[in-house]
Design a binder for this molecule. Structure first.
Ligand code: MG
Length: 385
């Protein structure tokens, strides 16, 4: 069980909820890292008195350094700062809730220090899953997922003695904000429409990926990496109620599901208390009030991002890094009102089909594929205008 923690991404949705769990469990916070939210991280630093606080943005870190000059807390910035937070001596666990590829190097650094990784960042396993998992095995670093789907599978697999007994993993999918809509109806969707997610409160990138179903595609790839399974053994089912967080089907036909409320603190807490459970302040879930559960197949035609992710998963090698880098770049363009919602998969597809794939890539080749994908998206975007 976790006793001391470093939180990468402490000011975001997962980070702040992690601090709630930290309060509940009475854990020691050793390091906090975020991008640029000076006010919030200052409050967190004053409350938890970690040894190290990091703001990725150098100018923001400088301002924070001034504000915290009367307290004995080291303030750092940039990638070096993130890596320092990920490898801080006294932390036994590193929770990685920073969004994007920027989280890859700090996660690898934490693995090499044999830290337990409470994994919330998606891009790490999508882009560099094989490398990250083999490093984790080599150094004996445990990776416990925080994402609701992977946490559900992780919890179901506590009952599994032999991974060969798994027939398939079934990821549930809320269907996203645009559930039931056809491709032409959502092609020109606005930023405000795409970011309107009634069920979950998340950052813009994840909310948008949920609307395009790219999020589910990235989760399929993550699940393949976490459990060393081929694409054929990972499926997606739309479950509008989002109460079943995911399922595992075993070779004898039995299915185990993990279910509960939408409160992410449950998954965060389990990642920190595993293999034990502790009481939680989350309201008990009322099955009767919830009523019926529904299931349906995802609409891959209206949501091409999911199909593209599966294609990249099938190709393997650097294709997933290309998919992820291209998606990050395209999502950025959309969030800055430069492209339409329906152009996100078009730009991702362009990158995926134009960049040569390297199998069994090194870290450098993965980072190169990521960079190439972003350039390909930028070039394709320029040609749109
Ligand atoms: Mg999820």
């Amino acid at each position: 069980m976790t006793k001391s923690i470093a939180i990468l991404g402490s000011t975001g949705s997962i980070g702040t909820q992690t601090l709630d769990v930290v309060d509940q469990l009475g854990l020691k916070v050793v390091a906090l890292a975020a991008h640029h939210n000076i006010d919030l991280i200052e409050r967190q630093a004053r409350k938890y008195l970690p040894r190290l606080v990091v703001l990725y943005d150098e100018a923001c870190a400088e301002e924070l350094r001034k504000r915290l000059c009367n307290i004995n807390i080291e303030v750092r910035s940039g990638m070096d700062g993130l890596i320092a937070a990920a490898t801080v001596e006294e932390a036994d666990t590193v929770l990685t809730a920073v969004v994007g590829m920027v989280c890859l190097k700090p996660t690898l650094a934490a693995i090499r220090k044999k830290k337990k990784i409470a994994l919330s960042n998606k891009e790490t396993l999508v882009s560099a899953g094989e490398l990250v998992m083999s490093e984790a095995a080599k150094y004996g670093a445990e990776i416990v997922p925080v994402d609701s789907e992977h946490s559900a599978i992780f919890q179901c697999l506590q009952a599994c003695r032999d991974e060969k007994e798994i027939r398939r993993l079934i990821l549930t999918c809320s269907g996203g904000t645009f559930y039931g809509k056809k491709k032409n109806e959502i092609y020109s969707a606005t930023r405000a429409e795409a970011l309107n997610n009634p069920n979950w409160s998340m950052g813009d990138k994840v909310t948008l990926d949920s609307a395009s179903l790219m999020n589910k595609g990235l989760e399929v790839i993550e699940a393949m990496r976490l459990y060393h399974l081929p694409l054929e053994q990972v499926s997606v089912v739309v479950h509008r109620e989002s109460i079943i967080h995911s399922m595992v089907e075993f070779c004898d036909g039995a299915m185990l599901a993990q279910l509960g409320s939408h409160d992410m603190r449950l998954q965060i807490q389990y990642a920190l208390t595993h293999p034990y459970r502790r009481p939680s302040p989350v309201e008990p879930f009322d099955l009767v009030k919830c009523g019926s559960f529904t299931f349906s197949a995802p609409d891959m035609e209206s949501f091409p991002c999911l199909a593209l992710a599966m294609e990249a998963a099938q190709i393997g090698g650097t294709a997933c890094a290309v998919l992820n880098g291209a998606n990050e770049a395209a999502v950025n363009l959309f969030l800055n009102d430069k492209i339409l919602f329906g152009q996100i998969p078009e730009l991702v597809e362009h990158a995926l089909h134009h960049i040569a794939v390297v199998q069994n890539p090194t870290l450098e080749e993965i980072l190169q594929a990521d960079a190439d994908a972003r350039i390909a998206v930028e070039e394709a975007y320029q040609q749109l205008n």
